[in-house]
Every structure is written in structure tokens, then in C-alpha cells.
Design a protein. Sequence first.
Length: 201
Amino acid sequence: MKSKTITSKYNGTLEVTMQQGRKVLHSENTNYSYGNVQSVWMEMLQKTNLHGVKNILLLGLGGGSVVDILQHTLLYKGNITAVEIDPVIVQIAADEFGISNSNTLTIECMDAKDYVHDTHNKFNIVLVDIFIDKHMPDILLSPEFWQDLAKCLSPKGTIVFNAFNSQKKLAPVKTVLEALGFALTLYPKVNGTNTMLVAKK
């Protein structure tokens, strides 16, 4: 296939191209879905106990590689709610990667900050994978975001946070989560690149 370039007001220039025989989604400066970021999430989700998990919240859909891992590799049969602010990304996920609303997947096109503030739903696992190009939005470093997110968790719930290469910025996040009673585990350089933070109640 020829590469496709798509412009988004949220994410700038996006490109769908082939890499090692598979479609991938890139922003201008980094891999958004499939490719390396899928390998990072594969490693983390294989460490995550999905037994008895009925509801997963995914903040940041991208092209849907995390959904693909859960449903097709790990054979997760429960419900997934994916929150994605960018309607262009939602359309790319559907058109290019076959990721769209179904009996087990609900895609909410809205700001993750607003979703976690307003929702009354409870989730066993929350996966946080929000970026604008290679930058983590400032909202992810605010205490209010994590306090709201903690309220979305079921008892004994788990948060898995992709902090990309922002380990130095994580101090305020860790402080808030520890104050809320979470036990934290930091995984630096997952797949040789990303910092991942796991918080368990």
C-alpha cells in the first residue's frame, strides 16, 4: 500500500504506512499505534492479570493497537471503553485497522479529563496512553486528573500508565497515587524505550 497522510487539528500530521508487513500509525515524530508502542503494551499487558476482569478503560485509542492486543492476542472477552479526543483518530482506527464500536468495545470521542471527571462507571483496569505527538499533555501531571481517575477504579483495581520517556516528570504523579493508597511499580525502558508505571489498590 502507499502511505496515507492525514491531518488532524489535535495531532497534526498523521501517517498510515507499512512496517514489517503490517500497517502502522505514526505521528510526525513517533509511533502511535502498532509498531514499537504495540510491543511495549504487549509486554505490560502480559504482566497484567486479566482473570475476572470485566471492564477495562483505555484512555487514548490511537489506531487501536491496545484493543487489538486485548481482544485478539490475549483473548479478553470483557468490556472495553476507549476514550479518544480526536475524531480523526477514531476514523483512522475504524477505516485502517478495523477498530470500531461493537458489543464489547465502546468508543467515546471526548477529552479523557472530562470523561474521568464525569463518569460513574467503575473499571477493574485503567490503561493510560495519551500523547500529542511525542509529548505527554500537562493534564496527566495534575493531581486532579489522578484523583478523578482513582474514583473510576473498582476495589483492588489497577492503573497502567505509559509515561513514554518522561520518568523525570513522574514525581507528582507518584506522590498523588501513593497518597491515595496505591502501591506503585515502575518499569523503565520497556522494550528498550518506554517508562511504564503500574499502580495497584
